[in-house]
Design a protein around this ligand. Structure first.
Ligand SMILES: Cc1cc2nc3c(=O)[nH]c(=O)nc-3n(C[C@H](O)[C@H](O)[C@H](O)COP(=O)(O)O)c2cc1C
Length: 185
């Protein structure tokens, strides 16, 4: 990139962002490992507070484990029957450092690990998007139950799930606020 970056580069980048939308219907088609590796490579490169890189990803492809998450790992009130169609569930976990993730937030009031995982997770999502895959962040899940189903150690806190697969239909992003609405005077 560097000095050679042009209007065309930024337009392509913005198009990617406009093209991404939460996907709630998936094809019965496997995700290639090399595409998943690219997503993980993108996540790995994310910035983080004190460069602690607290993100850990559990990639769940196993049909039985996915079925158990769908049956018993989601919170009530927001049915997500489509999750059972997604060939991959990415479990976004944080492995926390006492100074950066417990003591510093007591002083600043900011939970840096949540920011870090959000950034890394969205790197993953955008790498998926550019490869023709689709995703949906899922925050409405039972943290303890999913940890049990996957036998994850207690040191890992699950912050979000992300469904991943090929979209069954064209995606449409819902309306977003205008720049004037998000700028503070
Ligand atoms: C942290 C977070 C948690 C979310 N949790 C859920 C969820 O539990 N179920 C769901 O269907 N969508 C969930 N979403 C997707 C949002 O509904 C979606 O991003 C929003 O409506 C904007 O749509 P877009 O992603 O297509 O731009 C979540 C998104 C984020 C960022």
């Amino acid at each position: 990139m560097g000095n050679s970056s042009s209007n065309r580069d930024v337009e392509r980048f913005l198009e990617l962002l406009r093209h991404r939308a939460s996907c709630r219907s998936y094809l019965d088609r496997e995700v290639e490992d090399w595409k998943l590796d690219n997503c993980l490579e993108a996540a790995r490169l994310a910035p983080s507070a004190c460069n602690k890189q607290p993100w850990r990803f559990k990639i769940v492809k196993d049909l039985d484990l996915r079925a158990r998450i769908c049956a018993d790992g989601l919170l009530p009130g927001l049915p997500m029957p489509w999750l059972a169609e997604a060939p991959v569930i990415v479990v976004v976990c944080s492995e926390e450092n006492i100074v950066t993730h417990t003591l510093a937030p007591l002083v600043s009031g900011v939970k840096y690990q949540l920011l870090d995982l959000g950034i890394a997770g969205e790197h993953f999502v955008l790498a998926a998007t550019v490869q023709g895959l689709a995703t949906c962040w899922i925050g409405w899940f039972k943290e303890k139950r999913v940890r049990e189903i996957l036998r994850l150690p207690r040191r890992l806190k699950i912050v979000s799930l992300i469904s991943l697969g090929y979209p069954a239909a064209p995606l449409e992003q819902p309306a977003k606020k205008e720049i004037s609405e998000i700028l503070v005077d």
